[in-house]
Write a protein that binds this ligand. Structure first.
Ligand code: P6P
Length: 325
Protein backbone atom coordinates (compact mmCIF):
# COMPACT_ATOMS: atom_id res chain seq x y z
CA UNK A 1 0.00 0.00 0.00
CA UNK A 2 1.59 3.35 -0.97
CA UNK A 3 2.53 5.44 2.04
CA UNK A 4 0.00 8.26 2.12
CA UNK A 5 1.82 9.43 5.22
CA UNK A 6 4.52 11.09 3.11
CA UNK A 7 1.98 13.12 1.13
CA UNK A 8 0.57 16.49 2.21
CA UNK A 9 -2.75 15.89 3.93
CA UNK A 10 -5.94 17.79 3.19
CA UNK A 11 -5.72 19.53 6.56
CA UNK A 12 -2.13 20.66 5.95
CA UNK A 13 -3.11 21.93 2.51
CA UNK A 14 -6.15 23.86 3.74
CA UNK A 15 -4.13 25.45 6.54
CA UNK A 16 -1.55 26.65 4.00
CA UNK A 17 -4.27 27.79 1.58
CA UNK A 18 -6.38 29.67 4.10
CA UNK A 19 -5.01 30.18 7.58
CA UNK A 20 -1.43 30.97 6.51
CA UNK A 21 -2.67 33.32 3.79
CA UNK A 22 -4.93 35.03 6.32
CA UNK A 23 -7.96 34.36 4.19
CA UNK A 24 -11.34 32.78 4.76
CA UNK A 25 -10.77 32.29 8.47
CA UNK A 26 -12.49 29.10 9.57
CA UNK A 27 -12.81 27.65 6.07
CA UNK A 28 -10.47 24.86 7.16
CA UNK A 29 -13.14 23.62 9.62
CA UNK A 30 -15.77 23.55 6.88
CA UNK A 31 -13.53 21.60 4.52
CA UNK A 32 -12.56 19.12 7.24
CA UNK A 33 -16.26 18.62 8.04
CA UNK A 34 -16.87 17.80 4.37
CA UNK A 35 -13.91 15.39 4.45
CA UNK A 36 -15.12 13.63 7.60
CA UNK A 37 -18.63 13.36 6.21
CA UNK A 38 -17.40 11.93 2.90
CA UNK A 39 -15.24 9.40 4.75
CA UNK A 40 -18.41 8.19 6.51
CA UNK A 41 -20.51 8.28 3.34
CA UNK A 42 -17.85 6.25 1.53
CA UNK A 43 -18.12 3.55 4.20
CA UNK A 44 -21.91 3.48 3.90
CA UNK A 45 -21.82 3.36 0.10
CA UNK A 46 -19.28 0.51 0.10
CA UNK A 47 -21.24 -1.56 2.61
CA UNK A 48 -24.81 -0.64 1.61
CA UNK A 49 -25.69 -3.90 -0.10
CA UNK A 50 -24.34 -5.95 2.81
CA UNK A 51 -26.20 -3.77 5.33
CA UNK A 52 -29.47 -3.97 3.39
CA UNK A 53 -29.23 -0.18 3.04
CA UNK A 54 -29.86 -0.03 -0.69
CA UNK A 55 -33.18 0.78 -2.26
CA UNK A 56 -35.73 3.48 -1.64
CA UNK A 57 -37.29 5.01 1.43
CA UNK A 58 -40.73 5.15 -0.15
CA UNK A 59 -40.63 8.96 0.01
CA UNK A 60 -40.10 11.56 -2.68
CA UNK A 61 -37.91 14.62 -2.19
CA UNK A 62 -38.65 18.26 -2.93
CA UNK A 63 -37.74 17.55 -6.54
CA UNK A 64 -40.47 14.90 -6.69
CA UNK A 65 -37.77 12.24 -7.06
CA UNK A 66 -37.81 8.89 -5.31
CA UNK A 67 -35.45 9.08 -2.31
CA UNK A 68 -32.82 6.39 -2.03
CA UNK A 69 -32.03 5.33 1.52
CA UNK A 70 -28.42 6.37 1.00
CA UNK A 71 -29.58 9.85 -0.08
CA UNK A 72 -31.14 10.38 3.34
CA UNK A 73 -28.22 8.80 5.20
CA UNK A 74 -25.70 10.98 3.36
CA UNK A 75 -27.73 14.13 3.95
CA UNK A 76 -27.93 13.36 7.67
CA UNK A 77 -24.17 12.72 7.87
CA UNK A 78 -23.16 15.98 6.20
CA UNK A 79 -25.70 18.08 8.11
CA UNK A 80 -24.22 16.64 11.31
CA UNK A 81 -20.54 17.18 10.46
CA UNK A 82 -21.14 20.66 9.00
CA UNK A 83 -23.31 21.75 11.93
CA UNK A 84 -20.67 20.54 14.40
CA UNK A 85 -17.87 22.43 12.61
CA UNK A 86 -18.75 25.65 14.45
CA UNK A 87 -18.21 27.58 11.19
CA UNK A 88 -21.41 26.86 9.24
CA UNK A 89 -24.37 29.20 9.74
CA UNK A 90 -26.78 27.60 7.26
CA UNK A 91 -27.02 24.60 4.96
CA UNK A 92 -29.05 24.17 1.78
CA UNK A 93 -29.53 20.59 0.68
CA UNK A 94 -31.13 18.83 -2.27
CA UNK A 95 -32.84 16.40 0.10
CA UNK A 96 -34.22 19.06 2.46
CA UNK A 97 -36.94 21.49 1.35
CA UNK A 98 -36.05 24.39 3.64
CA UNK A 99 -32.58 25.64 4.63
CA UNK A 100 -31.09 24.26 7.84
CA UNK A 101 -30.25 27.26 10.04
CA UNK A 102 -27.49 26.17 12.42
CA UNK A 103 -27.87 27.33 16.01
CA UNK A 104 -25.00 28.94 17.87
CA UNK A 105 -22.57 31.78 17.31
CA UNK A 106 -21.61 31.58 13.69
CA UNK A 107 -21.41 35.33 13.15
CA UNK A 108 -18.33 34.84 10.95
CA UNK A 109 -19.59 31.58 9.48
CA UNK A 110 -20.15 30.10 6.06
CA UNK A 111 -23.16 29.03 4.08
CA UNK A 112 -22.94 25.61 2.43
CA UNK A 113 -25.16 24.38 -0.42
CA UNK A 114 -24.88 20.67 -1.09
CA UNK A 115 -26.04 17.68 -3.07
CA UNK A 116 -25.10 15.04 -0.50
CA UNK A 117 -25.32 12.10 -2.89
CA UNK A 118 -25.48 12.79 -6.61
CA UNK A 119 -26.22 10.04 -9.10
CA UNK A 120 -28.70 8.12 -6.96
CA UNK A 121 -29.90 5.96 -9.83
CA UNK A 122 -26.41 4.43 -9.93
CA UNK A 123 -26.17 3.50 -6.24
CA UNK A 124 -27.77 0.07 -6.55
CA UNK A 125 -25.59 -0.94 -9.52
CA UNK A 126 -22.18 -0.04 -7.98
CA UNK A 127 -21.50 2.77 -10.48
CA UNK A 128 -19.62 5.92 -9.36
CA UNK A 129 -21.62 8.54 -7.47
CA UNK A 130 -20.62 11.73 -5.68
CA UNK A 131 -21.24 14.63 -3.29
CA UNK A 132 -21.13 18.32 -4.29
CA UNK A 133 -20.60 21.45 -2.13
CA UNK A 134 -20.71 25.19 -2.77
CA UNK A 135 -19.34 27.44 -0.01
CA UNK A 136 -20.21 31.11 0.50
CA UNK A 137 -18.99 33.35 3.32
CA UNK A 138 -21.94 34.86 5.16
CA UNK A 139 -21.98 38.61 5.52
CA UNK A 140 -20.53 39.52 8.97
CA UNK A 141 -23.21 40.00 11.61
CA UNK A 142 -25.93 38.97 9.13
CA UNK A 143 -28.75 37.07 10.80
CA UNK A 144 -29.16 34.27 8.33
CA UNK A 145 -32.57 33.41 6.94
CA UNK A 146 -33.81 31.50 3.91
CA UNK A 147 -32.86 34.34 1.56
CA UNK A 148 -29.25 34.29 2.84
CA UNK A 149 -28.69 31.18 0.73
CA UNK A 150 -29.77 32.77 -2.54
CA UNK A 151 -26.37 34.10 -3.59
CA UNK A 152 -24.91 34.01 -7.13
CA UNK A 153 -22.21 31.45 -7.76
CA UNK A 154 -19.65 34.20 -8.43
CA UNK A 155 -19.69 34.94 -4.67
CA UNK A 156 -18.50 31.45 -3.68
CA UNK A 157 -15.22 31.41 -1.76
CA UNK A 158 -14.66 27.70 -2.41
CA UNK A 159 -16.32 24.61 -3.86
CA UNK A 160 -15.68 20.90 -3.53
CA UNK A 161 -16.90 17.58 -4.78
CA UNK A 162 -16.22 13.98 -3.85
CA UNK A 163 -16.38 11.09 -6.30
CA UNK A 164 -16.95 7.63 -4.79
CA UNK A 165 -15.49 5.50 -7.55
CA UNK A 166 -12.61 3.06 -7.96
CA UNK A 167 -11.05 5.37 -5.38
CA UNK A 168 -12.58 8.15 -3.31
CA UNK A 169 -11.31 11.52 -4.51
CA UNK A 170 -12.10 14.93 -3.02
CA UNK A 171 -11.46 17.91 -5.30
CA UNK A 172 -11.26 21.34 -3.65
CA UNK A 173 -11.31 24.62 -5.55
CA UNK A 174 -10.35 27.85 -3.81
CA UNK A 175 -9.63 31.26 -5.32
CA UNK A 176 -6.02 30.17 -5.90
CA UNK A 177 -6.00 26.54 -6.95
CA UNK A 178 -7.86 23.32 -7.71
CA UNK A 179 -6.39 20.39 -5.81
CA UNK A 180 -7.37 16.70 -5.67
CA UNK A 181 -7.01 14.42 -2.66
CA UNK A 182 -7.44 10.67 -2.44
CA UNK A 183 -8.83 8.93 0.64
CA UNK A 184 -6.41 6.54 2.32
CA UNK A 185 -8.94 4.01 3.58
CA UNK A 186 -6.57 2.70 6.28
CA UNK A 187 -5.83 6.06 7.91
CA UNK A 188 -9.13 7.74 7.02
CA UNK A 189 -7.16 10.78 5.80
CA UNK A 190 -7.21 12.49 2.42
CA UNK A 191 -3.76 13.02 0.87
CA UNK A 192 -2.79 15.18 -2.11
CA UNK A 193 -2.75 13.20 -5.36
CA UNK A 194 -3.63 15.91 -7.92
CA UNK A 195 -1.73 19.02 -6.72
CA UNK A 196 -2.87 21.57 -9.25
CA UNK A 197 -5.67 20.63 -11.67
CA UNK A 198 -6.09 22.45 -14.98
CA UNK A 199 -8.60 21.15 -17.51
CA UNK A 200 -6.64 19.94 -20.61
CA UNK A 201 -6.84 22.01 -23.78
CA UNK A 202 -7.40 18.82 -25.78
CA UNK A 203 -11.03 17.67 -25.58
CA UNK A 204 -11.48 13.94 -26.35
CA UNK A 205 -14.89 13.42 -24.72
CA UNK A 206 -18.43 14.73 -24.68
CA UNK A 207 -20.99 13.70 -22.07
CA UNK A 208 -24.72 14.05 -22.77
CA UNK A 209 -27.85 11.93 -22.61
CA UNK A 210 -28.32 11.17 -26.31
CA UNK A 211 -31.77 9.81 -25.51
CA UNK A 212 -32.94 13.40 -25.11
CA UNK A 213 -31.88 14.39 -28.65
CA UNK A 214 -35.44 14.11 -30.03
CA UNK A 215 -36.73 16.76 -27.58
CA UNK A 216 -33.98 19.34 -28.16
CA UNK A 217 -34.65 22.45 -30.24
CA UNK A 218 -32.96 22.76 -33.64
CA UNK A 219 -29.84 24.77 -32.69
CA UNK A 220 -29.21 22.54 -29.65
CA UNK A 221 -29.57 19.39 -31.76
CA UNK A 222 -27.01 20.90 -34.14
CA UNK A 223 -24.65 21.63 -31.23
CA UNK A 224 -24.87 18.04 -29.98
CA UNK A 225 -24.35 16.72 -33.52
CA UNK A 226 -21.14 18.74 -33.80
CA UNK A 227 -19.92 17.27 -30.50
CA UNK A 228 -20.83 13.74 -31.65
CA UNK A 229 -18.93 14.25 -34.91
CA UNK A 230 -15.78 15.45 -33.14
CA UNK A 231 -15.50 13.58 -29.84
CA UNK A 232 -16.04 10.20 -28.16
CA UNK A 233 -19.07 9.88 -25.95
CA UNK A 234 -18.59 9.06 -22.27
CA UNK A 235 -21.76 9.24 -20.13
CA UNK A 236 -21.98 7.65 -16.67
CA UNK A 237 -25.24 9.27 -15.63
CA UNK A 238 -23.58 10.64 -12.50
CA UNK A 239 -22.74 14.32 -12.97
CA UNK A 240 -19.79 14.19 -10.57
CA UNK A 241 -18.22 11.17 -12.29
CA UNK A 242 -18.70 12.63 -15.78
CA UNK A 243 -17.36 16.00 -14.70
CA UNK A 244 -14.36 14.54 -12.84
CA UNK A 245 -13.26 12.54 -15.88
CA UNK A 246 -13.66 15.57 -18.15
CA UNK A 247 -11.79 17.80 -15.69
CA UNK A 248 -8.77 15.47 -15.61
CA UNK A 249 -8.80 14.18 -19.21
CA UNK A 250 -10.52 17.04 -21.06
CA UNK A 251 -14.13 17.09 -22.15
CA UNK A 252 -17.51 18.76 -22.11
CA UNK A 253 -20.70 17.87 -20.24
CA UNK A 254 -24.01 19.06 -21.68
CA UNK A 255 -27.47 18.79 -20.15
CA UNK A 256 -29.28 21.53 -22.12
CA UNK A 257 -32.87 22.65 -21.80
CA UNK A 258 -35.35 20.56 -23.78
CA UNK A 259 -39.08 20.43 -24.51
CA UNK A 260 -39.74 18.46 -21.32
CA UNK A 261 -37.32 20.43 -19.14
CA UNK A 262 -37.44 24.08 -20.18
CA UNK A 263 -35.32 25.05 -17.14
CA UNK A 264 -33.00 22.09 -17.52
CA UNK A 265 -32.66 19.12 -15.19
CA UNK A 266 -29.70 19.93 -12.95
CA UNK A 267 -29.84 22.24 -9.93
CA UNK A 268 -28.23 25.64 -9.93
CA UNK A 269 -27.31 26.15 -6.28
CA UNK A 270 -25.75 22.81 -5.34
CA UNK A 271 -24.72 21.25 -8.67
CA UNK A 272 -24.08 23.85 -11.40
CA UNK A 273 -22.68 26.62 -9.19
CA UNK A 274 -20.11 24.50 -7.30
CA UNK A 275 -18.96 22.56 -10.38
CA UNK A 276 -18.97 25.77 -12.41
CA UNK A 277 -16.65 27.33 -9.81
CA UNK A 278 -14.32 24.30 -9.97
CA UNK A 279 -14.37 24.36 -13.77
CA UNK A 280 -13.55 28.07 -14.01
CA UNK A 281 -10.78 27.84 -11.41
CA UNK A 282 -9.31 25.01 -13.53
CA UNK A 283 -9.45 27.12 -16.71
CA UNK A 284 -12.79 25.82 -17.96
CA UNK A 285 -16.27 27.33 -18.31
CA UNK A 286 -19.88 26.77 -17.25
CA UNK A 287 -22.89 28.14 -19.14
CA UNK A 288 -26.64 27.68 -19.37
CA UNK A 289 -26.25 27.95 -23.13
CA UNK A 290 -27.18 31.61 -22.85
CA UNK A 291 -25.33 32.99 -19.79
CA UNK A 292 -22.47 32.23 -17.40
CA UNK A 293 -23.75 29.92 -14.64
CA UNK A 294 -21.97 31.85 -11.88
CA UNK A 295 -23.68 35.12 -12.83
CA UNK A 296 -27.24 33.84 -12.32
CA UNK A 297 -29.11 35.60 -9.53
CA UNK A 298 -31.02 32.73 -7.87
CA UNK A 299 -34.67 33.10 -6.92
CA UNK A 300 -35.34 29.66 -5.45
CA UNK A 301 -33.19 27.24 -3.46
CA UNK A 302 -33.95 24.23 -5.68
CA UNK A 303 -34.19 25.95 -9.02
CA UNK A 304 -32.91 24.06 -12.05
CA UNK A 305 -30.67 25.17 -14.90
CA UNK A 306 -29.40 23.93 -18.23
CA UNK A 307 -25.69 23.13 -17.92
CA UNK A 308 -22.86 23.19 -20.49
CA UNK A 309 -19.68 22.52 -18.50
CA UNK A 310 -16.01 21.79 -19.15
CA UNK A 311 -13.32 22.78 -21.65
CA UNK A 312 -13.63 26.55 -22.17
CA UNK A 313 -13.18 26.68 -25.96
CA UNK A 314 -15.60 23.81 -26.56
CA UNK A 315 -18.19 25.28 -24.15
CA UNK A 316 -17.97 28.62 -25.96
CA UNK A 317 -18.30 26.98 -29.38
CA UNK A 318 -21.26 24.89 -28.21
CA UNK A 319 -22.99 27.91 -26.66
CA UNK A 320 -22.55 29.87 -29.90
CA UNK A 321 -24.37 27.12 -31.85
CA UNK A 322 -27.12 26.77 -29.22
CA UNK A 323 -27.71 30.49 -29.46
CA UNK A 324 -28.17 30.07 -33.19
CA UNK A 325 -24.78 31.41 -34.19
P1 P6P B 1 -30.43 11.50 -16.98
C1 P6P B 1 -28.35 12.00 -11.41
O1 P6P B 1 -29.68 11.69 -11.06
C2 P6P B 1 -28.33 13.37 -12.06
O2 P6P B 1 -28.90 14.32 -11.23
C3 P6P B 1 -26.91 13.74 -12.43
O3 P6P B 1 -25.97 13.20 -11.57
C4 P6P B 1 -26.77 13.20 -13.83
O4 P6P B 1 -25.84 13.91 -14.62
C5 P6P B 1 -28.18 13.34 -14.39
O5 P6P B 1 -29.07 13.32 -13.28
C6 P6P B 1 -28.52 12.20 -15.33
O6 P6P B 1 -29.81 12.50 -15.86
O7 P6P B 1 -31.68 12.22 -17.43
O8 P6P B 1 -29.40 11.38 -18.09
O9 P6P B 1 -30.67 10.18 -16.28
Amino acid sequence: MPDAGKRITLQEYVISECRDKGQNQGLESVIMAIAEGSRRVQQQVQQAALADALGVTGETNVQGEIVQRLDTASSDIFVETLSQSGQVAAIGCEEIERPVIVEGDTSEGYIVLMDPLDGSSNIDVAVSIGSIFGIWQKNPDETVNDDSLLRPGNQQVAAAYVVYGSSTVLVLATKHNVCGFTLDIESGRFAVTHPSIKIPVECPYYSTNEGNNKVLDGPTQKAITLLRDKYSQRYVGSLVADFHRNLLKGGIFAYPADQNRKDGRLRLMYEANPLGFVAEQAGGAASTGYERILDIDPVELHQRTPLILGNKDVVEDTVAVIRGG
